[in-house]
Design a protein around this ligand. Structure first.
Ligand code: BG6
Length: 483
């Protein structure tokens, strides 16, 4: 049955703390691991540091006013653990928590529902120094301390909590998302060990929300791509199923069934990559299952057969640092299981991400069929070079067309019964990309800065800003307007 978007559908957009806030060392905040990682990327690749980012810390009222102008009904942001607990644990930093109180109050005043992410890659550096951060099981206690504090603090204002951002992507790109010391770089089992600790933290956070927040809902925000077989050859179809097990179901089965996906678990054990699981861990995971799943979807993926004796082995995804199509450094390859590859049928962004709205419809239908829980989009967007014209405009028709087709895909999935809570593309304002600095932009609002010069971080409305405003005004009906 074809219906309109429901009246309470949450239209909005997303950001994360270290990518947007700046004020990295202000008002008592101390370094997070992202302050250190991004300083290094600045030195190596010339990408901006997280020190100023989009300076939302000083511009949050202006940003919320612009969100209100677009008609946002929600804003998904994350809390910087190192702003609230600069040492990772112990005493709260009053000025740090006050910033989030003010932010939430301002959102509420403007009828914008906060969706809060508890953790988005930015572990306090103090915990890395103390015991290696996510490498050590002691993280569970400190995470619980932090999560208990913030959930209690906002229990009456925040209904939707996303726990840990993109565990699947952290496993793939662990040095970008976590600080990993040199002598750990070849210890790939640790990737899955970290993921196991994150599963436990996720469960802890879900339980806290259920215990403390009246009507509260908790779920993970996962980086998730639909995976197609390169061809209809049975070997390719099987390879796509293997990739689906290891790259997707390994995470979502934990969130909803409280168990590790069998095929993925067996594969990891056979290759010495499986996490060590202590007594009681799986019970805790099973107690902290999710109420919804938040999805970060940018691109679909493609997999093909890879014979056991292929001689290839690249266990982790490649990256494109240059922003020139085709510069991707490689495709994840597991001999005898699967090999990821380029989908010849799809165009890509300048950073080699396949543009595929149908991929989103596909995964929404598939996930809802399998788990039957409501879904929300917490990231979806086009990373692109934007040009500021001499008369101060940004004509980002490419972004409008990307978003339009993806909103249509959400709607088609809903027409076939998928329960959707929100659509929050990436990103509300331009921000620091996790892999490519400030040049790769995603926002509705342009931030006037470059990688090496933060300037004043002036806010400028892009064409997509005006387009999205009308989309929201029409509750998703008016998608085809020209700007
Ligand atoms: C997601 C992250 O992986 O993708 C965001 O949750 C990130 O933090 C976004 O910014 C886009 O990736 P990138 O590397 O282009 O910033």
């Amino acid at each position: 049955m074809r219906k309109d978007f429901p009246n309470d559908f949450l239209w909005g957009a997303s950001t994360s703390a270290y990518q947007v806030e700046g004020a990295a060392y202000e008002d008592g905040k101390k370094a997070s691991q992202q302050d250190i990682i991004n300083k290094d990327s600045f030195e190596k690749f010339g990408f901006a540091t997280a020190e100023v980012a989009s300076d939302q810390y000083h511009h949050y009222k202006e940003d919320i006013a612009l969100m209100k102008e677009m008609g946002f009904r929600t804003y998904r942001f994350s809390i910087a653990w190192s702003r609230v607990f600069p040492e990772g644990s112990g005493e709260v930093n009053e000025q740090g928590i006050q910033y989030y109180r003010d932010l939430v109050r301002e959102l509420k005043k403007n009828d914008i529902e906060p969706i809060v992410t508890i953790y988005h890659y930015d572990l306090p550096w103090a915990l890395v120094e103390r015991y290696g951060g996510w490498l050590d099981r002691r993280i569970l206690k400190d995470f619980e301390h932090y999560a208990t504090y913030i959930i209690h603090e906002f229990k009456d204002q925040v209904k939707y909590w996303t726990t840990i951002n993109e565990q699947s992507i952290i496993v793939q790109y662990w040095t970008q998302k976590c600080f990993i010391p040199e002598d750990y770089l070849s210890k790939n089992q640790m990737r899955y060990q970290i993921n196991h600790y994150m599963n436990l933290c996720h469960a802890i956070a879900c339980k806290l929300v259920h215990a403390m927040v009246p009507g509260g809902m908790a779920g993970s925000a996962i980086g998730y791509s639909s995976i197609y077989p390169l061809s209809s050859r049975p070997e390719d179809v099987m390879a796509a199923q293997n990739a689906q097990a290891l790259r997707n179901d390994y995470y979502t089965d934990i969130y909803f069934k409280g168990t590790y996906n069998k095929a993925a678990e067996i594969y990891l054990k056979e290759h010495g990559l499986a996490p060590v699981i202590e007594n009681g861990d799986m019970e805790l995971i099973a107690e902290g299952t999710s109420d919804f799943l938040a999805l970060n979807y940018y691109a679909s993926e493609c997999a093909k057969y890879c014979p056991e004796d292929s001689g290839k082995e690249i266990r982790w995804s490649g990256v494109n640092r240059s922003g020139k199509k085709g510069d991707i450094s490689g495709f994840e390859t597991h001999p005898g299981f699967y090999e990821m590859c380029k989908n010849p049928g799809l165009d890509t962004t300048d950073w080699d991400w396949a543009i595929d709205p149908i991929g989103m419809e596909y995964l929404l239908r598939d996930l809802y069929n399998r788990y039957g829980k409501p879904l929300m989009i917490t990231e979806n967007g086009l990373g692109a070079y934007d040009t500021l014209t001499e008369d101060g405009k940004i004509h980002d028709d490419y972004r409008i067309s990307y978003l339009r087709e993806h909103i249509k895909a959400v709607k088609r999935a809903m027409d076939y019964g998928v329960e959707m809570i929100a659509y929050c593309p990436w990103s509300a304002v331009d921000l620091l990309s996790t892999s490519n600095g400030m040049k790769k932009r995603y926002g509705f609002i342009y931030i006037d800065r470059t990688d090496d010069d933060p300037k004043e971080c002036k806010r400028i409305r892009k064409d997509s800003f005006y387009w999205y405003k009308k989309v929201i005004e029409s509750n998703g009906k008016d998608l085809d307007q020209t700007i």
